[in-house]
Design a protein around this ligand. Sequence first.
Ligand code: BGC
Length: 736
Amino acid sequence: MRKLFNIALGLLCLCAASCAPKDPIEKKVDDLLSKMTLREKIGQMNQLSGGYSSIEAAAKGECGSILNCVDPVEINAVQKAAVEQSRLGIPVIASRDVIHGFHTVFPIPLGQAATFDPELVEKGARIAAIEATSYGIKWTFSPMLDIARDSRWGRVAEGSGEDVYLDATMGAAMVRGYQGADTQDPTSMAACIKHFVGYGAAEGGRDYNGVSIPERSLRNTYLPAFKAGVDAGALTLMTSFNENDGIPSTGNKWLLTDVLRNEWGFDGMVVTDWNSAGEMIAHGFAKDLKHSAELSLNAGVDMDMMSFGFIAHLEELVKEGKVSEKDIDRAVRNILRLKFRMGLFENPYVDEQKAGAMDYAPEHLAAAKQAALESAILLKNDENILPLTNKKTILLCGPLADNPYDQMGTWTFDGQKEHTVTPLAALQKDFNVIYEPVLASTRDLSTANLGKVRAAASRADAVVVVVGEEAIMSGEAHSMSDLRLKGAQSQLIEAARQTGKPVVAVIMAGRELTIGGDLKNCDAMLYCFHPGTMGGEALADLLTGRETPSGKLPMTMLVEAGQAPFYYNHNRGGRPCNGTETLLADIPLQAGQTSLGNTTYYLDSGYGPLFPFGYGLSYTEFEIKNVKLDKNSYGKDETVKISYDIANVGKVKGTEVAQLYVHDVVGSVARPVKELKRFARVTLEPGETKTLTFELPVAELAFYGLDMTCKVESGDFKLWVSNDSASGEPVDFEVR
Ligand code: BGC
């Protein structure tokens, strides 16, 4: 009887499912797919670079997307060929790397991460979409969600740094910003979460290098930001160049099908990175282009970027039975679904007259300035030398003090340097500025002009030195093994020091450099990353004290490049360092060999980093105390409620980022010493105290343990609310 009942129930459910009204987009996708020839389907899976050069392919239905064309007239011309000349009139989707702003350039993503301000990051992405879509660009290859723990890797600039939670939070914010509330809206731009996955762990920090990340680390560290991106509604995803344990991502079926589709239910579109399918030949994973097309399609790739393997070989592969038309249908469904979701069938063309109408709009510049303000990290401020109140004349020097191109940073194809406000341009409104670049570029090794610093400084009340990296020194394929300032920039800071005047060093760079030596030669240091179009104005506000720095390091800052990868959320190990160990200079000559009492540290560069993750000073001081939990024991479905007092105990208004860290003391596998779980930007007047709360569902303490399932394990936990990842006193609690 029970069995019969179950069968009846099953039938009822089946009927309900098939009788349920179909999602209108799915219906349209199916209708269109049923009319397509195999060749037309494969044509959709092909992406081409350029505008007019793609017209012929679009007219034949052999191009699903174009990239790197930003001329609305050209984009419309390709679209016209696709819509009016191809048999089924399927529109193309135009794409571009819009990474940190389109024309209005925001700080590089690593700088945006330093704001710890996801609302502002979302706003920046929205602005980028408004500007880019007005030119017809409907798809950006951003955000980059690669966890990056090695500043030698040039692409650290493009992501949110080393932390899982920060990366996931900022990534989701960008997805929401690009796509907006309604993907059919003309200003919506499809996001592409990339590079799936593990690309940021490139061995030795050398771009494109292989990685060796076991499944548990993938799931606990590298995949969560992508899951957050999927949950935020990202419409597309890009596979990464790297191989993990011998398997290139573009041919990794477990990753692209089992995890992404079957576990996470992603119904967006998967594109390869630039020729990453073809590069599987160089990896030694595919024997030729045809084989790479077979492997990537079968792994779960939908669209090929620039290997041309699909367009050249898929028909043949279907005939040979090596790929099925069913899998091709899957890919085409995902592509058509994207185009319907983006409203391209209804509105294929961009209004050429309105292109650029919002470029550099005042509200865009204001948001870019706000992002530059919040991304600046104050690393040192001896004797409260900053802000430079009561200083009338400053000597401004350094190769980046008036370098409108380089301050925009990597991946700014469309930013126009004519619109950049440099420190020189902005500071002249507030100070008498004596300007001496001294060095022609950040790589200039000549010390010939250093003498000018002394002469000019005699007329100034302070010296501001703007140094760092040119835009081209970070980003794709721009890894470095030495992270010190290049050229004679350190000598320039030293020369400034020798003048006896207060020295403020401003660093603009695509990564966190090893600036320990330079710190000693300045009174104050502001780390600005590449701050974008409005960097100069933001700097002027910070130097004059109209604004107070509030940025926090999104990566652990190293003493020496040789410490990399060095990140705060590492596992403890069996011999954790306690900071009292012997350093190189203290080892007696002919010391006997011993490992007793030895711990995890470097004899030469010491125990810790230069500055911890989450670190950043202000012109005022904050105290966080009275961290209290509502209970000390929680069930797995409960929420930990944490209250804390945060006080501004200094003399000016400021904003602090309160950070909540947790440590799971004993796990079925060892757990990181600390993990960021929440943060909040808190603005306080001098003398003001606020009592605030964080709420952390115990479910968010889950991880992939020994049995490789994701769950919360009972036991003891520690929790901190602090100003950075290295301070604060722990509070204990238990999970039952
Ligand atoms: C990069 C991607 C980028 C693509 C398209 C590749 O070289 O790795 O991040 O989106 O080019 O420009």
